[in-house]
Design a protein around this ligand. Structure first.
Ligand code: SAM
Length: 482
């Protein structure tokens, strides 16, 4: 029998099945224990300190009690606290990104994914470097600066060298005033050596979804291919850290297993990274399984309602206050609106989930990874965000200034975000407005920028940011950052 140990490098010890079962039992027994729930909420509340605002976060056990709680008054309190924490660290800024699918060749047998090797009717495509260039130009012309690179696992069609060459191509395209300034990478688990090469190629976050933390289900859901190996997959973030990548992104595919199990596993994974490397995950994604070619999501019986999904988001926000949270266009406009209030800090916009999709006039479906629920253009999403009181941000400054891993976390904790992230968000929003926005979006955005500049506490930073914004409007000077 394995024993729970967050510091262990063995997957079944840091994600320990028995510890998860004990946690779920404890959470269930205490789900209506109001004094305990109040103590947990009090612990999680933001506290003002000399160095800024501080949040203690929660252990997987404490957070699981909040997740299990279904008392209306306490649930409302949980959601209010999630919103408060979100505003304390991320303010009203929402970072924008788009996925870029390089190849859907895959040797794995993941039963929920249309790329699985046994799927004979999906169109298989792999972009050439010239096609990548065209996709990147199309993405730059929409206004994107940050991408998430996606590919199936196939050592023959998509070896690491192909990914590295593609990254080089992506960063080298400079079209009009456009540029991709941060490429995050979502590819299959690999070796320390490969992670080192990805780091050297200048990737932002290395993203890998666990899919499910339940080992037995994991093995059944990944019956064939290298991804079948639960421990190799679960220990991938350790190898990424050992290879020098200190911004890693976790996630589970909600719908595959019981959400309470996944939630506890996800937080144990975050605790493990913190315990061993001194830095938790940079982001957590919350994908839910969707219809796709050859995939019927109702075949998986652990789907969760929108209300529960939102509760999960709120509880993650409270448990890991310094971790960014990502929601994709798998979710509808309505769900995204609510999720943004409860803790999400990054969203995709104008996404196409097919290989080569951005250069097609019509949204292609033949090589799509999943159905996109939110099909609005990037401009529509940007304009909608601003109408809802958010600031769409195209900022990539932290990683380019070397503020990754624990250095990013210290910025988060220092209370300097309003003098740093806030002006960066406004300057990159102005780049979007000047170069890509429709007249209506530009009008809404400029009024918002004027209002938001006033919130920068440091007068020197405020004056400089206003000057840079004027420069962007009046010239082709771009890429200012604090
Ligand atoms: N191939 C890589 C790997 O093995 O991790 C990752 C790339 S894959 C394009 C990105 C993610 O899409 C997967 O990790 C999975 O969670 C998600 N995904 C797969 N099938 C899906 C579906 N039917 N609906 C929603 N998301 C899905």
């Amino acid at each position: 029998m394995t024993v729970y140990n967050p510091k262990s490098l063995h997957a079944e010890e840091f994600i320990n099945h028995q510890e998860i079962l004990d946690t779920l039992e404890y959470a269930w027994e205490n789900r209506h224990n109001i004094p305990l729930i109040e103590r947990i909420l009090e612990k999680a509340r933001p506290k003002r300190t000399a160095g800024g605002v501080h949040c203690a976060g929660l252990t997987h056990r404490e957070a699981s009690v909040l997740l299990a709680c279904d008392l209306p008054e306490q649930t409302a309190q949980i959601h209010r606290l999630a919103e408060e924490i979100k505003l304390a660290f991320y303010g009203n800024r929402i970072v924008m990104f788009a996925p870029l699918y390089l190849s859907n060749y895959c040797v794995n047998g993941c039963v929920y994914c249309p790329y699985h090797a046994q799927n004979r009717h999906i169109t298989r495509k792999k972009l050439t470097q010239e096609e990548i260039r065209q996709e990147v130009i199309a993405l730059q012309d929409m206004g994107h600066k940050r991408l998430a690179i996606e590919a199936g696992e196939d050592p023959v069609h998509n070896p690491l060298d192909y990914i590295l060459e593609s990254l080089h191509t992506i960063y080298s395209v400079k079209h009009k005033n456009g540029a991709i300034r941060r490429a995050n990478v979502n590819i299959a688990a690999t070796t320390v050596e490969d992670y080192r090469k990805l780091k050297q190629a200048g990737i932002g976050t290395y993203i890998l979804f666990q899919e499910t933390y339940h080992k037995q289900s994991y093995e059944a859901l990944h019956p064939t291919g290298p991804k079948h190996n639960y421990c190799y997959h679960t220990q991938a973030m350790d190898r990424a850290m050992q290879g020098g990548i200190d911004d890693v992104g976790l996630g589970v595919l909600f719908g595959l297993e019981k959400y309470r199990y996944e939630f506890a596993g996800l937080l144990m994974h975050a605790e493990h990274l913190e315990a061993v490397y001194g830095v938790g995950p940079h982001t957590i994604s919350v994908p839910r399984i969707k219809r796709a070619d050859d995939i019927d999501p109702t075949a998986f019986d652990n789907g969760l309602s929108d209300a529960l999904f939102e509760h999960v988001i709120a509880c993650i926000r409270i448990a890991v206050p310094y971790t960014g949270m990502i929601i994709s266009t798998r979710e509808s406009q309505q769900v995204r609106a609510r999720a943004l209030r409860l803790g999400i800090s990054q969203i995709s916009g104008g996404s196409r989930t097919s290989v080569g999709g951005y250069t097609e006039a019509e949204r292609p479906h033949d090589s799509e990874q999943f159905d996109v629920s939110d099909q609005r253009t990037l401009d529509e999403v940007v304009s909608w965000l601003m109408e809802q009181g958010h600031i769409p941000s195209f900022c990539t400054a932290c990683y380019r200034e070397g503020r990754t891993g624990d250095r990013f976390m210290s910025l988060c904790k220092s209370g300097q975000i309003l003098n740093c992230c806030h002006p960066n968000a406004l300057m990159t929003l102005e780049e979007y407005l000047a170069d890509y926005a429709t007249p209506d979006t530009r009008r809404i955005g400029r009024a918002l920028i004027a209002q938001e500049l006033e919130k920068i506490p440091n007068q020197r930073v405020r004056t400089l940011a206003a000057q840079h914004i004027e420069d962007i409007r009046a010239s082709n000077r771009r890429d200012f950052r604090f």
